[in-house]
Design a protein around this ligand. Structure first.
Ligand SMILES: NC(=O)c1ccc[n+]([C@@H]2O[C@H](COP(=O)([O-])OP(=O)(O)OC[C@H]3O[C@@H](n4cnc5c(N)ncnc54)[C@H](O)[C@@H]3O)[C@@H](O)[C@H]2O)c1
Length: 354
């Protein structure tokens, strides 16, 4: 069992929720969060971390000197530091490459020097865009659905599994994550750095600083709450594009289990998501937001797709569920309600961020 945990990206949405959740589950653990506070709103997490007895260190994973093996000598590193937007890599490659790829090298070097294990948050975006777009779909009144007959391996009505082909372009975001996965495998082999990789689908919940290019559930609830307009972008402007949602508290339960049984899962790469029963189209998300906020807003169809957009992603997490017994328990409506309650409780400060 680890006793000292370093979470890089620990002031971000997932990093801070894992830090606080793990500290509550294991008050005796020493948890350090390192972050460069690049994500707008991550600074709001600093008092939350402090009040839970979690140490914060300002640092940048692009800078090897910020990852001092003496000061940051942990049993386990959880890597949540990234530029998490798929779109970011289409406007400028530098930050995505420096943080998501070179940053991983620096984190791996820290793990090698300190003997720490590494739990890495990868992404469903490692799966190539053209292949995901080639999945045969059904068009239902409010959503796309995966058709029963498919030609590619690793795809079924349950979603995309780890057996889905990896050949093809996937955005710089996805490529830096897949390249990080490969480097992690090499450090495991060459330097015995124990590692678990979770390829996460859409993660959501309170404290996600949703914006147009990342954190769609937070964006949707906030737009309803603050009465801002939205767009249904691409795919005919129909809002039928679908994602599965995983509440961050469900992710916390999995990560906690993995930390407690690290040796059992060392070397594993898992798809981790809410799955088909926790999936929503944008239209369905709008319906739930109207119900929860009691407000409706104008949502405009935009016919042109954005680079990297895909009509559907549903995570088939069968493998991690079989191996761990873990199951998501928080459904989409409860997840959106959680975001609403958080915004309502922090309306003033969030009105300038969301
Ligand atoms: N949220 C999702 O739906 C989702 C889905 C799949 C994978 N992931 C992965 O999970 C991880 C966490 O994502 P998140 O949703 O919490 O995003 P987030 O933007 O809320 O958190 C990332 C944190 O990393 C910090 N950061 C960025 N660059 C840094 C750098 N160079 N050095 C130090 N800190 C830096 C940011 O300030 C931010 O606090 C990322 O690796 C992301 O790729 C997230």
């Amino acid at each position: 069992m680890p006793e000292r945990i370093l979470i890089v990206g620990g002031a971000g949405f997932i990093g801070s929720c894992l830090a606080i959740g793990l500290k509550k589950l294991h008050p005796e653990w020493q948890i350090i969060c390192l972050d460069n506070l690049r994500r707008r709103g991550s600074e709001l997490n600093l008092p939350r971390l402090k009040s839970c007895g979690i140490q914060f260190v300002y640092g940048d994973i692009r800078t090897a000197a910020d990852l001092d093996p003496v000061a940051l000598n942990a049993d386990c590193i959880i890597d949540c530091a990234a530029e998490p937007s798929v779109l970011a890599g289409f406007s400028s490659p530098q930050y995505v490459l420096q943080t998501n790829l070179l940053g991983t090298v620096n984190v791996l070097e820290l793990a090698r020097q300190t003997g720490a294990s590494l739990l890495f948050l990868s992404t469903s975006r490692v799966y190539p865009i053209a292949s995901v777009k080639s999945v045969k779909l059904l068009e239902l009144p409010n959503r796309f659905a995966i058709a029963p007959e498919q030609t590619l391996p690793g795809i079924s009505e349950l979603g995309i599994s780890e057996d889905f082909p990896l050949k093809g372009h996937r955005s710089l975001y996805g490529a830096t994550k897949l390249a990080s996965e490969l480097l992690i495998e090499e450090y495991r082999e060459a330097y015995n750095v124990p590692a678990i990789i979770n390829r996460c689908g859409l993660i959501t919940g309170a404290w996600q600083m949703g914006k147009v290019d990342q954190g769609v559930c937070g964006l949707w609830v906030a737009a309803h709450y603050f009465q801002k307009s939205l767009n249904y972008i691409g795919f005919g402007g129909s809002g039928k594009q679908v994602r599965d949602l995983l509440h961050v508290e469900d992710l916390l339960r999995l990560v906690n289990y993995q930390l407690e049984h690290f040796a059992e899962f060392d070397g594993e790469v898992f798809n981790v998501g809410g799955g088909l029963s926790n999936s929503l189209s944008l239209v369905e998300t709008t319906d739930l937001c109207q119900k929860i906020t009691n407000k409706s807003i104008s949502i405009n169809p935009v016919l042109e797709e954005r680079a990297g957009d895909i009509p559907i992603f549903i995570t088939d997490s069968s493998r991690v569920m079989e191996k761990t017994g873990w199951r998501p328990v928080i459904g989409p409506e409860a997840a959106l309600q959680d975001i609403y309650d958080w915004i309502a409780a922090n309306e003033v400060v969030l009105s300038s961020i969301l």
